[in-house]
Design a protein around this ligand. Structure first.
Ligand code: ATP
Ligand code: MG
Length: 568
């Protein structure tokens, strides 16, 4: 699918919390009319890659509807293609759906569970005179199919007798015919304006082992045939899928009607989720992984659920995002900044505050007693005071951010500079007296004096300071590596490029190895997300070890979406 380039103002804005959408309206009316008495949906991933944020939208929709209507939602692996599927993917999909907060209970299925039934349905179609074995080559089939403007031509094999078709299909099944030598096709209408209805393939020959059925089958059903019948076998009522399947719906219905299936499921299409600055097709994501543009499917820059989890995104925030963007009938691109806004909103409430200095320079308080260590009480989360406080060691020598000092401050710079007084967060006011530089002119020490009457960061005489700096004691800290991410792609819509790889952002990852972090993080757990005061949200990476802490920057604090929303 290609998406036309959108301008900033055309990017989708979040809707009001929508309790209803066109899919829920269909369900409501089906329940009201008595057409359905219960609701059954499914999430049907093909296990040929990791799930991405687009899948999260589909998961939230399918499982969310089941939850809302007291119905059921099945997890079904669409494993009809033996060549591309992998157990690693099956396991990652299960983990991701659970992590998002959904439960298929005992309803985990595979399309391959139905291979025998699907085969019997195919035989039934042959017996009804509605399917035939075609021996045209793939090229010939394409040629006979016609185009959007020209009708197709009937295959010379179209009028084979039922007996001959049954015998040939049996040979296909037994593995007596080589790959590509024959296909079973539905006999519909080679002149249909809908190309999907021009005698589509039902079964193809593949002498390939399948990850679940092994060497049992030499023929595999096509998606359109397997999908509607799998839905029907499972008693699905509403088969919710993305818009590219709209044009397949007549075929979905044709199979169910021709096979006279009872209570046929109804296919309903919605617009897939697209996000700016990323790609969402599994084929493209796989290419990023195999060509080494990222470090695996769970690279924190990937739009995969696994990548987002590792980055520090939360399931609650992703669910909220999916709810806010709503369900629509028309394709659009959602602004990545809106997803990030949802993540920040959630982390702001949840993340413990910690002090860390990423680009350290020494600050020395000349009038502070040598050897003294004070325990400063710092609030864990100002948004949630029930989270309490923690003790942070304060000493004569500290680290502050190099960017928080300017020898010759520009207009509007309210942080530290010679002669200026600032607050050290939760500790004291300090005033810069002088600095020391090395022979290259680089500042190595910033000397200050402190006011002992400003303990806790407030002055008793009501004196105000404009700047508040975070700090870490230079004798009480842990070192950490910080991985800082930017958008994986530098352009708004990489899928619109001839080669999406050209859109990659060369600065999407930078590594900081000099960060100093307060000691309270010594026991940090992998996956824990904290807010480094004034810097952003950071999540402990799985690559951390007992003697090396590694953080992923989840997001910086600056929220461009919230800022834009305020302006409007
Ligand atoms: P891709 O195009 O990314 O390779 P797919 O559609 O082939 O994805 P499936 O594993 O077949 O991937 O998808 C499982 C379900 O998730 C399908 O019902 C599909 O419609 C839905 N889905 C896939 N991508 C998106 C998306 N971007 N937004 C919403 N739903 C999606
Ligand atoms: Mg698919």
């Amino acid at each position: 699918m290609t998406i036309t380039q959108k301008t900033d103002s055309e990017l989708q804005a979040p809707k009001e919390n929508t309790p209803s959408d066109f899919i829920r309206e269909i369900i409501n009316s089906d329940l009201a009319s008595g057409k359905r008495s219960h609701i059954a949906t499914r999430f049907p991933p093909e296990p040929n890659g990791y799930l991405h944020i687009g899948h999260a939208k589909s998961i939230c929709l399918n499982f969310g509807i089941a939850r809302q209507y007291n119905g059921t939602c099945n997890l079904r692996f669409d494993d009809t293609n033996p060549c591309k599927e992998d157990v690693e993917y099956v396991e990652s999909i299960m983990e991701d759906v659970k992590w998002l907060g959904f439960d298929w209970e005992d309803r985990m299925y595979y399309a391959s569970d139905y291979f025998q039934k699907l085969y019997e349905y195919a035989v039934k179609l042959i017996k009804l005179g509605k399917a035939y074995v075609c021996e045209l080559t793939a090229d010939e089939i394409r040629e006979y199919r016609g185009t959007l403007t020209e009708p197709g031509k009937n295959s010379p094999y179209r009028d084979r007798s039922i007996e001959e078709n049954l015998a040939l299909f049996e040979k296909m099944k037994k593995g007596e015919l080589p790959d590509g030598s024959a296909v079973l096709r539905a006999k519909i209408d080679m002149a249909s304006p809908n190309i999907n209805m021009r005698d589509p393939a039902i079964y193809r020959i593949r002498h390939a082992p399948h990850h679940r059925t092994g060497d049992e089958w030499n023929i595999y059903p096509m998606y359109d045939f397997a999908h509607c019948l799998s839905d029907s076998i499972e008693g699905i009522t509403h088969s919710i899928c993305t818009l590219e399947f709209e044009i397949h719906r007549p075929l979905y219905n044709w199979y169910l009607e021709t096979l006279n299936v009872k209570n046929p499921p109804q296919q309903i299409e919605f617009a897939r989720l697209n996000l700016t600055y990323t790609v969402m097709s599994k084929r493209k994501l796989l290419q990023l992984v195999t060509e080494g543009h990222v470090n695996g499917w769970d690279d924190p820059r990937m739009p995969t659920i696994a990548g987002m989890r590792r980055r520090g995104f939360t399931p609650e925030a992703i669910r909220n995002f999916c709810e806010q963007i709503g369900v629509a009938k028309a394709d659009s691109i959602v602004d990545m900044a809106f997803l990030e806004h949802c993540i920040r909103e959630d982390l702001n409430k949840k993340a413990k505050r910690v002090m860390a200095v990423l680009n350290p320079v020494k600050l020395i308080i000349d009038n502070y007693p040598e050897g003294l260590e004070e325990e400063i009480e710092a609030v864990n989360n100002p948004e949630d005071l029930s989270r309490g406080t923690r003790k942070v060691k304060f000493t004569k020598e500290l680290f502050i951010e190099r960017e928080d000092f300017m020898e010759e401050p520009i207009k509007g710079f309210h942080r530290l500079s010679p002669g200026k007084e600032v607050r050290l967060k939760a500790a004291y006011y300090v005033t810069c007296s002088h600095i020391v530089k090395n022979e290259d002119g680089v500042i190595t020490e910033i000397h200050c004096s402190y006011d002992p009457n400003t303990k806790g960061g407030t002055s008793s005489d009501g004196r105000k300071v404009r700047g508040t700096l975070h700090w870490v004691s230079s004798s009480n800290y842990i070192e950490a590596e910080i991985r800082i991410y930017e958008n994986l792609f530098a352009c708004l819509n990489p899928s619109a490029l001839d080669n999406f790889i050209d859109g990659l952002n060369p600065n999407s990852l930078s590594v900081n190895k000099q960060a100093k972090i307060e000691l309270s993080m010594a026991n940090a757990q992998i996956g824990e997300t904290v807010q480094f005061e004034r810097l952003g949200y950071f999540c402990v990476d799985k690559d951390s070890s007992a003697n090396k802490l590694i953080f992923n920057r989840t997001l910086p604090l600056k929220d461009s979406w919230a800022k834009a929303a305020k302006k409007n």
